[in-house]
Write a protein that binds this ligand. Structure first.
Ligand SMILES: CC(C)(COP(=O)(O)OP(=O)(O)OC[C@H]1O[C@@H](n2cnc3c(N)ncnc32)[C@H](O)[C@@H]1OP(=O)(O)O)[C@@H](O)C(=O)NCCC(=O)NCCS
Length: 249
């Protein structure tokens, strides 16, 4: 049964066969451009699904173009889901499929009586940050250094595997209101304007890639800290994780 509709012609539904889980793992390999050793083994995928994990796929016809995998977890003494992977095929990225998969994950979790979902994401990826904070309304108070270890075959991990651990309070009115809006961009931009960035990296006026600090006091006395990154990650010639770790220290 279709759980949710994404774009016209795209259906989101649970992955119900071993063959469909294999398609998801193949897509994981393509999206992360990684070796077999860095994807979920099929036996584990089958076992996690049987043990209550949520495996969802976004289909265009018979083609799997996106998937989301969340496993049951314990968080702060209560039951939750931890979303381990969300991936959308490159040709379909930034067209709302990832958002629709998250909505379907939420719908499914709430139907099971679970009100919290956690996951991690690379805070240097602005698309992921926009999706998570602005569109979905997650919160975060944890920065994890080298979360998946320092070695991985995926070029997406070339800037380390530092991650923000985020919590999505699925039944919270704030989240509900966020989802009813088209985008949370306004709130995010307002927050930035108020916060005044504590750190700016890669400003066009800078010749070097040295981060330029403004007065942190401006941010601190408003109880906000913001960092602004104006850059193309692929062209970074400095050690970005080191800079970010230092600023969040
Ligand atoms: C991250 C990912 C799952 C998101 O799915 P998606 O279908 O591409 O995302 P959506 O289109 O639903 O939402 C992306 C939002 O970011 C916006 N966006 C796109 N590029 C952006 C950028 N460079 N900076 C900020 N926002 C950006 C999009 O416009 C959209 O917002 P809007 O609807 O307000 O316009 C997908 O891009 C992906 O598979 N990426 C590679 C793997 C990955 O990083 N997975 C997540 C970690 S497990």
């Amino acid at each position: 049964m279709a759980i949710a509709r994404a774009n016209p012609g795209i259906t989101i539904r649970e992955l119900s066969t071993v063959a469909e889980l294999e398609l998801a793992i193949q897509l994981e390999k393509e999206v992360w451009r990684c070796d077999d050793s860095d994807v979920v083994p099929i036996t584990l995928a089958v076992a996690t699904r049987a043990a209550g994990s949520i495996w969802l796929g976004a289909f265009e016809g018979d083609d799997l173009i996106g998937f989301a995998f969340a496993l049951p977890s314990f968080d702060e003494g209560g039951t939750a889901f931890h979303s381990h992977t969300l991936g959308v095929g490159e040709a379909y990225q930034s067209s709302g499929v990832g958002y629709q998969l998250k909505l379907a994950q939420r719908e499914k979790a709430l139907a099971l009586g679970i009100k919290k979902m956690t996951w991690t994401f690379d805070p240097l990826r602005s698309r992921n940050a926009h999706l998570n904070f602005c569109k979905l309304g997650v919160i975060s108070d944890r920065y994890e250094i080298d979360f998946y270890g320092s070695k991985s075959s995926s070029p997406m991990h070339s800037n380390s595997t530092d991650r923000l651990w985020v919590t999505w309070n699925l039944a919270e009115p704030r989240v509900d209101q966020r989802l009813k809006r088209a985008s949370g961009a306004d709130e995010s931009q307002n927050s930035h304007a108020v916060a005044k960035s504590a750190t700016r990296v890669g400003q066009p006026i800078q010749d070097s890639n040295t981060p330029c600090r403004s007065q942190a006091g401006h941010s601190l006395d408003r109880f906000w800290i913001a960092g602004t990154l104006h850059l193309n990650l692929r062209r970074c010639s400095f050690d970005l994780p080191q800079i970010v770790r230092r600023e969040f220290d």
